[in-house]
Every structure is written in C-alpha cells, then in structure tokens.
Design a protein around this ligand. Structure first.
Ligand code: ADP
Ligand code: ZN
Ligand code: ZN
Length: 762
C-alpha cells in the first residue's frame, strides 16, 4: 500500500493522508496535483508533498480519486519556501498554497464533479497534403476538380498565399484567418479537406503576448555605473544580499540588466521584482531588447489562464535549451513561481510597501521573502532604491547586507531643483488659485509653454473625501464602516473606499433637507476638474485606481506620456513610482500635509520616500527638472531634508526617534487584529487576550486599541502591537502568541471572532 501526504487549498494547518490506488502507484510523484474528497461530498485538487508506505493518520483513509498532472507542477525547493513562509508569517500551509498557485490550478467540486479551469487555447491549422505539393501532381489535382470551380479557386489561393512552390517547408495557414482573407466559406474548405488535398489539425497556442522587438543588446555603462557594478560584484563575494543606494535616474536598471545578463550566460534564472504593475511595461521593453523571448511577465492584471501558461514556462526552463522563461519580471506573487535554479533576484524600489501582502494571509513581505528565496537557491539578492527602507539601510550599516552607492544621474541629467511653497501663507494673502500656490501655478504655465510635461501628485482618489451640510453639519457616513463616504462626481455617487458600498450623490441633506451641501477636501478627480479650468488648452489625464481598471490602462497612459500626447498627468501614488519619461520638467506635490500628519510610526519615512520618488520623475534626461512641494509646514524636518536632497541626514535624524520609542528596526513587531460584529464580545475577548499576552514578559504589548477606522464591513476592530526585542527567541514568542490566540478562539461565544496575525506589519 502506498499513501500520499497532501496539502488542500483551504486555510488549514494539517496535511492529509490519502491512499494511492493501484493503477496510479507508478505514476504519482510529489509535486503533482490529485483530486481528493474532503468533507461532505466536496472535492478538491490537492498537492502531493510526500509518498509513504505507512501512515499515522487517525482518520479513515480515503483513496485518491484522480491524478491531474503528468509531471510535477512544483519542486521541492519551491515547497521549502512555502514552509519558511508558514513558519515565519504564522499562517497555515493551505493559505500559502492558495497564495502560491494560480487559481486555475486549484479546483473545487461537488459530488465527484470537477472541471479543470485551465484549458489550453487551440487553433486549427490547415496545410497542404505533401503528396500533391509537386508540380506534376498539382496540375493533375487542378484538372480533377475543375468541375468545382470554387474549390479549385480556393486551392489556388492557398498555393498563392503560401508561396507553395517556392518554399522548402510544407506551408500552413490558420483556418479562420485563411477563410477571412479569401472571403471563402467553410463548406468549400471542408470539401478540400474531405478530399485530402488539404489537411486540418488542431494545435495549442500561447495566450501570452510575444513582443517582436529587436534585440539590440545592452547599453554601455558610464564610468560611475561601471564602478558601481564592479563594487557590487565584489560585495557579492562577501554578502549574499547587497543594497544599491542610487539616486533616481542614475541608471540602476542598467546595472541590473548587466548583472542579469551574466547570470543568464551562466545558465541560471533571474527574478526581477517590481512593486507596481504600472512599471512593468516600461521595464519589459528594456529587458526584451537584451533577453528577447527569454523574458516573462507575471502580475495580478493577467488572467488565470495566462498565469498558468507563465507558470508552465518557468517550469519548462532548462539551461542551455531554448525553451521556457529564464527571466521573470513580476510583482510580489512572482516569488512563488516554480524556479529550479535562481542565480539572481533583483528587488527594485525595495522600500515600497506594496511588497507586503495585507490580506488575506499569508501576510508576507516579498522583499524579505526574496532574501530567504535567495538563500534557498544559493542566489545573489540585489535590493535597489534611491530611498531605502529604514530596515534595509540599517542592515547595510550594520554589515548584515553589503552596500554600494551611485550618486550621479546618467548623462547630462542633474538632480531637480526642489522648491517648497507655503500653502498657508498664500491662502492668507488670498493668492491661491484653486489648490495651486502662485509658485506652482506659474511653474505649470512655464513648463507647458516650453513644451514639457507636468506630473501632479495627490494621494486621494475620487472627487472629495467627504461632503458636509452647511446648515446642520451632517456628513454622509458608510453604513458598514466608521468612515465618511467619498464623492465620485463622474459617477454621481458616494462610495466607501473600505467596503465598496455606494449610494447616489444626495442633492439635499438627508437630516435637515437643506440644499447647501459642500464638498470638502480634494481628490484626483477634483484636481483634474480644476486644472481644466485653469489650463483649458492643456491635455490632462488621470492615473489612479479608478482610471486604471482595464488591463491595458497603464500601458496606454504611459505610452501617451512617452509620445507627449499628455501635458499634465494627475495621479495618486501610482505616478510616484519608477516612471521614466524623458520630457517631464515639473513635478508638483499638491499637499504634503496629508502625508506628514498620518498617525503612524512610519509616516515620516513614507512621506520622505513618496515625495522624493515623485520628485525623481522630473528632469531625467536633457530637460531641467523642478519640483514644487506644497505644504503648510515648510519647516518640518521631512521637508527640510527633502529640500536638501539629503537621505542620510534624514535617516540619521529619524533613526534615533525610532530607537527612543523602541520601534523597528530596533525591535521586531507583530500586529494582532481582533474582529467581531458585536462590540461587547470584541471588548471582552480582546481584554482577555491582552491579559494573556501581558503575562509573557519577553515582549511589550500595546493595545487593545481601536485603529483609525474602528469598524469595517460591519466588524468592530481592535489591534495589539507587540514590540519584541531582537535578542529574544522569536520562535518561542510566536508559539506563545499562537497558544494565547487559540485559547481566546475557543472561549464560549467566540466562534465568530476573527484573529489575524501580521508579522513585520508595515
Ligand atoms: P534608475 O533605475 O536609477 O531610476 P534608469 O536605469 O531608469 O535609472 O535610468 C534613467 C534613464 O537614463 C533611462 O531612460 C535609461 O535608459 C538612461 N540610462 C541610464 N544609464 C544609461 C546608459 N549607461 N546608457 C544609456 N542610457 C542610460
Ligand atoms: Zn443638514
Ligand atoms: Zn464601508
């Protein structure tokens, strides 16, 4: 008897045992998917992790129903990463499986009925029967069908289109395209197939776009880049992980490409992580020029079937053979692809928060996971940023990571001039033009006049964050969450950005009936409206969550920016990251106060990074760059350091604040979130959890406290923040936490209580 230990795609910690039926015994291997029954009449696709000849399960052992794969879809080294994630991020193996596999590889069914969600895309190919593809035979065939002139014509057309007698290969055409170009009908074609003059067959085609860009090779590095590259090489001899701290537009991407090329030549794979899918289209174009069709792209805007095809192409890769993907450019979930031999992982813009998955579990950080992935493959890991995260910079200063600096922009490009514009000062003197200070208003005008482009950054989407009744003070509030509803004028509705609930825009106050409702604050939609009025001849485009719902939206907007079809680009965080547009001469930050005043220990670090990054979009080539930061706190330390373009000064100033309050990187943090629909039940359970946690003296406990938004989707929320000294045994502490949360879950009345654990929250 043989048994398979499997993982189910359910949030469960256990692995389950099934019996392998006789006919499957010499076919199954670890890493293959099988269909099993679990629970009452429910079927799932499970993943085999081990095959054994005995088992220790207490349950009745059911047989495997079916085998789904001919070859393993995942390797042991990939499962090693799953195991690390479930331990480190305190989640279940089923949750890791759910995050790792594309959803079309996970099936669910009832009563033994399961349908494969992934189907290969096929097309029908028509080719000429080789037997008639010789001149004498051909004449004979044409004579044979002279009584069917339509068939005869179509056959002649086929010969004509395919250049039949001038090519060595047996020519073929795609059936639909052939019918379309010839304007012929299916019946005629089918007759030719029936008479065996033409042969039809079905073949599998890829859904993935193949860019046929010309491979032009790599750019020559400039003197400073060359130096940085050799410093990185020697740092890699000492450290597995190296940070490149290079100013914006210094050519970090060029350096990555040179390192990647070396690794490819050595026959190993490369993973290049980017935080935003908005960035992939620009970078992939640069990679294709060097690596051609060895490059694959993997991110969340791809559909299920495309993801499976990419998965398979990574699996197919073998050194020295021209198949499969050797280089993957991807967003965070690309760390789960079935690599067999990574040689290099690049984490671009390593400071970005979008590397962290918030919901659902596993709440992993792709940068930190990449460092572990690198160890598992014995690969080098290169982290790149102009504004490194405090954690990474701290690690570099401590000697845990190597560090290389690149302080100069490429070519003639200089760092942009940074101007701080005081909103309050202008407001008091009635000099504001809508949301623009005189400085920004004038600069936009000048930039447009000289034919250059403008990027404006506002970190709120929608028209205005809330509306208010001028007579009674009523503010529309979400029914499910403790948050005001945002006005989206284009759709004439108020919507909640936490739960998606929306209502029609009210025309009068619901409480007192007054018609004087006023919009408060401003989102990107309002900025767009106001700029239309101020610069009526400028071509404006908005880039935010709402304007980029379609798959191609990013590519379209970036292409329009590159070809100068847009004069002013207005956007949320999306415009701050990595964009490399030659003719941007001005970047405006409309309101830095929103970022500075956020009640969170990382707020200042994040504000510095965001504003510095968006500034970096300006003056990247010949055009001289300018940045205007609007704020009512011009003397704020973050603003002061931004003005001087002084990352080190900023880091040194703030790292001591972190130390004084024992925040990361000085401590480790774990956040525990407790949720319940009834506030009383939440209160008593979280008080009790607090008591249990505080009994352990090896870490400090903050909370339970209501977060900024204390109710979301009808759940009341309380949070704990645990600060753990780096000297403590993290594993023991995690076990203690799990023990305590389990105790609370089992208390009476707590079956509907939700407890979420977030290790290294950001
Ligand atoms: P970073 O990643 O540091 O922000 P990029 O690699 O995007 O910088 O470089 C900024 C711009 O300068 C890009 O358009 C890039 O193509 C160009 N560039 C940088 N280095 C070189 C080089 N050695 N040769 C040609 N162009 C370069
Ligand atoms: Zn009112
Ligand atoms: Zn809501």
């Amino acid at each position: 008897m043989l048994f398979a230990e499997v993982i189910l795609p359910l949030p469960l910690h256990e692995r389950f045992t099934y019996q392998i039926p006789e006919p499957l015994q010499d076919k199954v291997k670890p890493g293959m998917r099988v269909v099993v029954q679990f629970g009452k009449k429910k079927n799932y696709s499970a993943l085999i992790t081990a095959i054994t000849s005995s088992h220790t399960s207490d349950f009745v052992i059911k047989p495997i129903d079916a085998l789904l794969d001919d070859e393993p879809v995942i390797k042991q080294v990939n499962l090693d990463l799953w195991n690390w994630i479930l331990d480190y991020y305190m989640c279940s193996i089923g949750e890791v499986m759910n995050a790792a596999l594309p959803s079309a590889m996970k099936l669910e069914g009832r009563d033994g009925i399961m349908e494969e969600k992934y189907h290969a895309k096929t097309q029908t190919i028509v080719c000429i029967n080789p037997e008639i593809a010789q001149p004498e035979k051909w004449e004979q065939v044409l004579a044979e069908i002279s009584k069917a002139p339509k068939q005869r014509d179509l056959l002649i057309q086929f010969a004509h289109i395919t250049n039949l007698f001038f090519e060595d290969k047996i020519p073929q055409l795609e059936r639909k395209a052939f019918l379309k170009t010839t304007g012929s009908n299916e019946g005629v074609l089918n007759q030719l197939i029936k008479k065996k003059y033409l042969i039809a067959r079905t073949e599998v085609v890829s859904r993935l776009e193949t860019h046929n860009s010309i491979q032009t090779g790599m750019n020559l590095l400039n003197e400073w880049q060359e130096l940085a590259l050799s410093q990185i090489r020697s740092a890699f001899e000492k450290w597995a992980t190296v940070l490149i701290h290079g100013v914006t537009a210094s050519g970090k991407t060029e350096i990555y490409i040179h390192l990647m090329e070396e690794v490819c030549r050595a026959g190993r794979q490369v993973l290049y992580l980017v935080p935003e899918i908005a960035l992939t289209s620009q970078i992939v174009a640069r990679l294709k020029k060097v690596f051609g069709n060895k490059v694959g792209v993997y991110h969340s805007k791809m559909n299920d079937a495309e993801r499976v095809e990419i998965w398979n192409k990574v699996l197919q890769f073998e050194p020295g053979q021209n198949k499969g993907y050797q280089v993957i450019l991807g967003a965070r979930s690309a760390i789960f692809l079935p690599f067999s031999s990574l040689g290099l992982i690049v984490v671009d813009e390593e400071h970005e928060n979008s590397y962290k998955q918030h919901d659902p579990a596993p709440r992993y950080h792709a940068r930190d996971t990449a460092v572990v992935l690198g160890q598992q493959h014995n690969a080098k890991v290169l982290l790149g940023s102009a504004t490194p995260s405090f954690e990474t910079y701290h690690n570099a200063l401590n000697g845990k990571y190597g560090m290389v600096k690149l302080a100069k922009r490429h070519g003639v490009a200089k760092m942009p001039q940074v101007v701080v514009a005081d909103i309050q000062y202008a407001f008091k003197r009635k000099q504001m033009k809508s949301m623009l200070t005189p400085e920004l208003h004038k600069s936009i005008g000048e930039t447009l006049e000289s034919g250059h482009q403008v990027i404006l950054f506002q970190n709120r989407r929608g028209y205005s964050p809330y509306i208010e009744c001028m007579d009674c003070g009523w503010i529309p509030w979400c029914v499910n969450c403790d948050v005001s509803m945002t006005l989206h004028k284009k759709h004439r509705r108020l919507s909640c950005h936490y739960c998606g609930h929306h209502i029609a825009e009210p025309l009068q106050c619901i409480r007192c009936g007054s018609a004087s409702l006023k919009t408060r604050g401003m989102g990107t939609e309002k900025v767009e409206d106001e700029l239309y009025k101020l610069f009526p001849s400028a071509r404006l485009t908005r880039m935010d969550f709402d304007s980029t719902q379609s798959k191609k939206a990013f590519e379209r907007i970036i292409h329009q920016m590159e070809t100068r079809k847009i004069d002013i680009l207005i956007g949320t965080q999306m415009v701050t990251k990595g964009l490399d547009i030659e003719h941007v001469g001005l970047v405006g930050v409309l309101n830095a106060d929103n970022l500075l005043n956020f009640p969170e220990f990382r707020a200042h670090e994040r504000a510095f990074q965001l504003i510095h990054q968006v500034s970096g979009r300006s003056g990247r080539k010949e055009v001289e760059g300018k940045v205007i930061i609007q704020t009512s706190q011009p003397l704020h330390p973050v603003i002061e350091h931004l003005k001087k373009d002084d990352y080190e000064g900023f880091f040194n100033h703030h790292i001591f604040e972190r130390k004084a309050f024992f925040y990361p990187p000085w401590s480790r943090m774990i956040k525990i979130t407790v949720k319940h629909k009834y506030p009383a039940q939440l209160d008593s359970s979280s008080m009790e959890l607090g008591r249990l946690l505080r009994a352990n003296k090896s870490y400090r406990v903050l909370g339970p406290e209501y977060p900024l938004v204390g109710r979301v989707q009808q759940f009341h929320i309380k949070e704990f923040w645990l600060k753990i000294p780096r000297s403590q045994n993290l594993q023991e502490i995690k076990e203690n936490i799990l023990h305590n949360t389990e105790t609370i879950r089992k208390l009476p009345g707590n079956s509907a209580l939700i407890i979420q654990i977030d290790v290294d929250p950001v």
